[in-house]
Design a protein around this ligand. Structure first.
Ligand code: SAM
Length: 215
């Protein structure tokens, strides 16, 4: 999926992926990461998710990156924060109390830009990408924040029955992408719910990824 695809989705309001309340896997399983209060969580491809608000409300700092600037503006409006805005190379950095969101391409973000983070929360980021982009995503994510644990929310459905995004990410793909870096545990597998359930049936899954040797 190229950048134009996503900008068009935002312009046309075709954002069924957006949930008005914090994601149920996040709320149920985030504590499995055993982070201490004040830890910083990186949320790639963050859109305008209410998950950011939830993470802040739990005492975490959040860093995100998102292509669409209006979505990021909405997050700050919702949080009643006036962002400090700064340009960095091709990216724009919106920051406020506890939160930094980069506007631009995830693949252009560097570890220096991002700074230190303690965990990754991936909901609808990896599954937003077609299979041929996944290795590039995983490698770049590792270059940004190596050796931090991750909560991953993904879908497993018959890809022959529906075109992505979101793309199906069966267990063997999760394992083959991350097996060299993480110990991988499935935390939940529930029927797909919400608007996506009208398009396909399958499983929505959450995974905890713990850096090998650190658990
Ligand atoms: C399926 S949505 C998920 C959004 C959010 N995680 C959520 O749960 O609502 C994928 C998001 O990734 C953004 N996106 C896609 N490609 C991107 C890229 N290369 N860099 C940054 N953001 C990207 C899109 O604009 C879109 O908002």
């Amino acid at each position: 999926m190229d950048k134009r695809f996503w900008q068009t989705r935002w312009q046309e309001g075709k954002i069924a992926f957006h949930e008005s309340v914090p994601n149920r896997h996040l709320v149920r399983h985030f504590m499995a990461l055993s982070l201490s209060s004040g830890s910083r969580v990186f949320v790639p491809f963050c859109g305008k998710t209410a998950d950011l608000d939830w993470l802040l409300s739990q005492g975490y700092g959040v860093s995100g990156i998102e292509l669409n600037q209006d979505a990021v503006g909405e997050v700050f409006e919702r949080l009643a924060l006036t962002p400090d805005v700064a340009r960095f190379r091709g990216l724009t950095r919106f920051s406020g109390k506890g939160i930094v969101i980069w506007v631009g391409d995830f693949f252009e973000l560097s570890a220096l830009d991002l700074g230190s983070v303690d965990a990754v929360y991936d909901r609808a980021a990896l599954v937003a990408l077609p299979a041929q982009m996944r290795t590039k995503y995983v490698r770049h994510l590792q270059s940004l924040c190596p050796s931090v644990p991750q909560l991953l929310v993904s879908y497993d459905y018959d890809q022959g029955k529906m075109e992505g995004p979101p793309f199906s990410l069966p267990e063997e793909h999760v394992r083959s992408l991350y097996k060299d870096i993480y110990e991988i545990e499935n935390l939940a597998s529930v029927d797909i719910y919400g608007p996506l359930a009208e398009r396909c049936s399958g499983r929505e899954e959450s995974w905890i990824l713990r850096p090998i040797g650190q658990s």
